[in-house]
Ligand binder design. Structure first.
Ligand code: HEM
Length: 445
């Protein structure tokens, strides 16, 4: 009697292990033999290289989706690429299976030569250092913390408005400077008054290096990694000199403002900011992880300018464009501001909920024009099997936010800029798909 349950248990356990093993073999086998998702037929060796669109790829992929469906599978020199062109595919894979769809492609130029391999926007999301840096960044920039920095934002916006009044034709440079000032103030606590601020100048160089090196095919070393061993003086090795220059700029952009904040902190002269808050959480310097944690903080915060300024700047430029081509919409927004805020003060954060038309106008702007229509590529970190198709580990995954936000099934006359689509009975209509869920990237990242 005493033996029975344990024999039974052993048999059941054995059978469970065997059937789990059998099932996993079966799934593996099935996956191996399942087809890849549909896509254009390619050529030997280069595969679909010639069919991969170079200009406005989000439009070209949306067009391709009419022929191949909302999941398009391509290859370039053997590298699998999956483009997702509907909210269903993006939700199913990048959100619901985010644990395996949130890697980042490896780039010899970015990860090694520019020495960005430990910066969290470049790292796979299942890595320890990604998690730590992501947490630090989130502690600074999440919506519930930002009110602590409203006074800084107000100061920079007031200064910006004065500049706009005196020389509105320079709005691009004024906008860039105001956004850079806000980010630097929140992150490092200093108030960059001049456009020639040396810390901002270094960060601008890094933004440029990112834009150049993130372009697919920009550097041959990403296709032929052995080229990294070519010495910098060798003819044609301009990429090595590029890497050295921008590696130094990256280092300066991270350490100069951080050291400034630390010195000011030691003199008790710093404004409370991300650095002052996060160094409080540092372990004891004797802790074996101290060095890595400090470097993670410096890397994470160094990203705030590069990630936050150009993107917001692009959206604000789109705002100016849309106001210029739709004076009628501008008038309606102004009328709402006059009614809610009145003539005696500037709008403030507390007015947000009463500015329904303005909210619709901004939401529609995010839907109509994306700053990053294909976001930043993700990479699968495991083989996957989905809807009868096999998606191999290492596939680059692009979510086509533009295709989703211009889908005629979801938005009537999607090419039209029309804030009214978000207003129903005088209130903001939450029933439409929220563009904010697609315009800022997908899944875990
Ligand atoms: C209009 C403004 C912005 C747009 C459209 C935008 C868009 C995006 C997109 C599409 C991604 C890629 C996410 C993914 O891989 O799925 C991203 C990543 C990121 N953004 Fe933004 N962003 C904006 C503003 C900002 C701001 C203000 C900050 C912070 C100051 C910021 C910080 C980041 C960071 C740190 C990442 C990297 C996250 C990671 O790789 O894990 N962004 N952003």
């Amino acid at each position: 009697m005493v033996m029975m349950p344990s024999i039974h248990h052993a048999v059941v356990t054995g059978l469970s292990i065997l059937s789990a093993y059998g099932l996993s073999l079966y799934l593996k086998k099935r996956a191996k033999h399942a087809p890849y998702p549909p896509g254009p037929k390619g050529y030997p060796i280069i595969n679909n290289l010639l069919q991969i669109p170079k200009y406005h790829p989000w439009l070209a992929y949306a067009d391709m989706a009419k022929q191949y469906g909302d999941m398009i599978f391509l290859r370039a020199f053997g590298q699998p690429i999956l483009v997702l062109c509907s909210s269903k595919r993006i939700n199913d894979l990048m959100d619901k299976r985010s644990s395996i769809y949130s890697g980042r492609p490896y780039s010899t130029m970015m990860n090694e030569l520019l020495d960005w391999g430990n910066i969290f926007s470049i790292i796979d999301s299942n890595k320890r250092r990604w998690k730590r840096q992501r947490r630090m960044f989130h502690q600074t920039f999440n919506a519930s913390v930002l009110p602590e920095y409203h006074h800084m934002i107000r100061r920079h916006v007031n200064r910006y408005l004065v500049h706009m009044l005196s020389s509105s034709s320079e709005f691009i440079s004024h906008t860039h400077h105001a956004l850079g000032g806000i980010i630097m103030n929140i992150t490092y606590g200093f108030d960059a008054k001049s456009k020639e601020d040396p810390y901002i100048a270094e960060s601008l160089k890094v933004s440029y290096a990112f834009k150049v090196s993130a372009l697919p095919g920009a550097f041959l070393v990403d296709n032929i990694p052995l080229l990294k061993y070519v010495p910098a003086w060798f003819p044609g090795a301009g990429f090595k000199r590029f890497a050295k220059y921008y590696r130094n700029a990256t280092y300066n952009s991270q350490y100069m403002p951080f050291n400034f904040a630390m010195d000011a902190m030691n003199r008790n002269e710093v404004q409370p900011c991300a650095v002052t808050k996060l160094v409080e959480t540092f372990p004891d310097p004797a802790d074996p992880d101290y060095g890595e944690i400090k470097e993670d903080l410096i890397n994470a915060l160094g990203l705030s300018y590069v990630a936050g300024v150009e993107s917001t700047d692009a959206l604000l430029s789109a705002f100016v464009l849309v106001m210029a081509i739709h004076p009628d919409i501008q008038k309606k927004a102004q009328a709402e501001l006059d009614r809610v805020v009145g003539p005696d003060r500037l709008p403030d954060f507390d007015d947000k909920d009463d500015l329904v038309y303005l909210k619709a106008l901004i939401t529609e702007l995010v839907r109509w024009q994306q700053v990053t229509p294909l976001a930043i590529p993700h990479k699968t970190t495991e083989d996957d099997y989905y809807d009868g198709y096999f998606i191999p580990k290492g596939t680059l995954v692009l979510g086509n936010a533009w295709a989703v936000l211009h889908d005629p099934e979801l938005f009537e006359t999607p090419m039209e800029y029309n804030p009214e689509r978000y207003i129903k009975d005088g209130k903001f209509d939450d029933n439409l798909l929220n563009p904010l869920d697609f315009a800022f990237g997908f899944g875990r990242r």
